[in-house]
Design a protein around this ligand. Structure first.
Ligand code: NAI
Length: 249
């Protein structure tokens, strides 16, 4: 159950954090994995770790805000692995910016990476996913935006809610091709992107989570693995919250 043997998975932002967790979990499940990221050093490290565990992976440098990068990567994935079955559109940034001082450029960068970058990844890999027997797209959204808010993340929340708007139409549109489109909505996950968390911040955060701890990248990855699996073939357009019930009222 939930095996990925014979599948090819592409993960954007796969060099660190949640994306790295996804790359490793999908490889452990038997998929061949393409790690796309800006950070070549960290990305190569993920590929080496996967190979050490007996898996197959390759790193491709790509900025998700740039279509030519993604199209070049899609060509290389096809050349190396013969196609792609699963796209994990995960790359995202979350710089905090107060609305009192947020500049147009701050807004545009977050939109370009998180929202446009998701679309461009889908656009670049859709020709390969269409050729798969069971194409899967899993978007990394967030609880921030679709469910809750966080000060300094209004632009970020807009992108993460926007991803779900995209998902619902895309799920219907791509259903005739046998492609499902779902999303994971992580709560607080300790990753490089969140930076070094002070003990005080971590304690305060954990106190708001019924399961009393932050999530791990692997715990988000397992949810994505389920949504990308053969067994989840009747699930599309679904937003799966992975937050230790932080957002339960
Ligand atoms: P991270 O910063 O630890 O890792 C993100 C990776 O994406 C890095 O390797 C980075 O180089 C790469 N990246 C950034 N911009 C890129 C671009 N333009 N093109 C290609 N790669 C790029 O971040 P983390 O925490 O793992 O977040 C991953 C995703 O999960 C993001 O979409 C984020 O919004 C989402 N998320 C994270 C949560 C958390 O608590 N860490 C909570 C909810 C959602």
């Amino acid at each position: 159950m939930f095996r990925m043997d014979g599948k090819v998975a592409v993960v954007t932002g796969g060099a660190k954090g949640i994306g790295r967790g996804m790359a490793r979990v999908f490889a452990q499940a038997g998929a061949r994995v393409a790690v796309l990221d800006l950070d070549e050093g960290a990305g190569q490290g993920v590929v080496e770790a996967i190979r050490k565990e007996g898996g197959e992976a390759l790193f491709l440098r790509a900025d998700v805000a740039r279509l030519p990068d993604l199209q070049a990567a899609a060509g290389k994935v096809e050349a190396a692995f013969g196609g792609a079955d699963i796209l994990l559109a995960n790359a995202g940034i979350y710089p905090q910016a107060s609305l009192l001082t947020m500049e147009e450029a701050d807004w545009e960068r977050v939109m370009a990476v998180n929202l446009k970058g998701m679309f461009l990844a889908v656009k670049a890999f859709l020709p390969l996913l269409r050729r798969s027997r069971a194409g899967r797209i899993v978007l990394t959204s967030s609880i921030t935006g679709p469910i809750t808010g966080y000060p300094g993340w209004s632009h970020y929340g807009a992108t993460k809610a926007g991803m779900l708007g995209f998902m619902r139409s895309a799920a219907i549109e791509l259903a005739p091709y046998g492609i499902t489109v779902n999303a994971v909505l992580p709560g607080n996950v300790a990753t490089e992107g969140l930076g070094e968390l002070s003990e005080d911040y971590r304690r305060k955060m954990e106190a708001t989570i019924p399961l009393r701890r932050l999530g791990t990248p692997e715990e988000v990855a397992y949810a994505a693995l389920f949504l990308a699996s053969e067994e989840a073939r009747y699930i599309t357009g679904h937003a799966l919250v992975v937050d230790g019930s932080q957002t339960l009222p």
